[in-house]
Design a protein around this ligand. Structure first.
Ligand code: EPU
Length: 337
């Protein structure tokens, strides 16, 4: 491919993105960086960020991008993503504005993907509905929580999902929760799938008891996890089925407080990598993470799996971006959830 063709191709892609955004009536922005859109506050430039405000718009945009063969990925609150420092040559479909309100109907609640998970936990508690109070304090969106089956303090979102709304062929379709596999920080949703919202089935309980459980999980979280710092939650999964805690293993190796550039192993919980300062780079966090993996491999013979998603940029054009990126919220190579 010649340089001229590459330029032309990128122009074509840009024109297509602009056309699609105008047709669906959504904002399409240039010049944004992952450093602004993720909780770790690092990561490079993004060619296009598209901002739907309703589930229908999000479904239409995703369908149109697929049809036009424009690679895209979906981002929620960006609280479980480490995007590298390169330029990212794909469209980021941000679901943050697809919020609406939480719609309660008896013990059920319907909510859109961009709705804040902590806010939903508070709403549910106020309604006297139990089932997600342990998730309070996970700083993500409902969509992100569904995608990875977020969990904490004995609650996992997958346990209470009645159905998920997903985008298929530009339309909103309803997928029963029973058709989805909900594993530890992993689901059967596939790259290319866009989650738009869900209906959860909760259980009526005494509002005060729910509030007390919520307070308790918040207290434990505040005691054992860093707060107010730039993190992506736990960086690695606990080794499945082993009963081992990755945080404890990293702690036992004496790595708490260890720094690489602007990244640090949290002194509070060793499975959190936090970033500091305006010069922090994704490469710092990655270098630290790989060093942890290497030492755990050497000293414990365990291969740690990333719990955060690693998003790789560096594709010079939309056309040459890795096919696995298309529509995916996860990086297969890094093993997501
Ligand atoms: N521990 C240490 N040092 C540390 C961290 C932990 O000794 O630096 C010890 C603790 O004292 C405890 C044990 O390790 O005895 C387990 O620690 P913790 O209770 O914090 O649980 P975890 O397995 O490290 C998991 C989830 C968290 C979730 C908490 C509470 C994973 C990878 N992590 O942490 O989820 O909030 O349980 O339910 O499954 C996340 O998904 O991002 C996340 C933070």
């Amino acid at each position: 491919m010649t340089e001229a063709q590459k330029t032309l191709d990128r122009e074509t892609r840009d024109r297509l993105v602009e056309e699609i955004a105008a047709r669906v009536g959504v904002r399409a922005e240039r010049g944004r960086r992952f450093a602004e859109l993720t909780s770790l506050r690092v990561g490079g430039e993004i060619d296009w960020v598209v901002v739907p405000e309703t589930e229908e718009q999000a479904a239409r945009v995703a369908g149109a991008l697929d049809e036009a063969n424009v690679p895209w990925r979906v981002l929620g609150a960006g609280s479980n993503v480490l995007a590298d420092d390169e330029r990212h040559g794909y469209v980021v479909l941000t679901m943050r504005e697809v919020k609406g309100g939480a719609r309660f109907d008896g013990e059920k609640v319907s909510v859109s993907a961009g709705y804040s998970l902590p806010r939903l936990c508070v709403d549910a508690a106020r309604q006297g509905l139990s089932g997600i109070e342990g998730l309070n304090g996970i700083p993500g969106t409902v969509g992100g929580a569904l995608w990875m089956n977020a969990g904490a303090f004995g609650h996992e979102i997958g346990n209470v999902v009645e159905s998920v709304r997903a985008a298929r062929g530009g339309e909103v379709v309803e997928v029963p929760g029973t058709q989805i596999k909900w594993d530890y920080r992993h689901t059967s949703f596939r790259d290319g799938e866009l989650l738009l919202g869900a209906t959860l089935r909760l259980v009526a309980d005494d509002a005060e008891k729910i509030a007390a459980r919520m307070e308790e999980s918040k207290r434990r979280r505040m005691e054992t996890q860093p707060h107010g710092s730039r993190s992506a939650g736990c960086f690695f999964k606990n080794p499945p089925g082993s009963g081992l805690s990755t945080g404890r293993m990293i702690d036992e190796m004496g790595m708490k407080g260890e720094r690489r550039g602007g990244a640090q192993v949290s002194p509070v919980h060793a499975n959190f990598i936090v970033t500091e300062g305006k010069d922090a780079r994704a490469a710092d966090a990655l270098a630290l993470a790989e060093e942890i993996r290497e030492r755990i491999r050497r000293e414990r013979g365990i291969e740690l799996e990333y719990e955060v998603e690693l998003w790789r940029g560096g594709a010079p054009d939309a056309e040459t971006a890795d096919a696995t990126q298309k529509g995916g919220a996860a990086d297969e190579a890094a093993k997501e959830d």
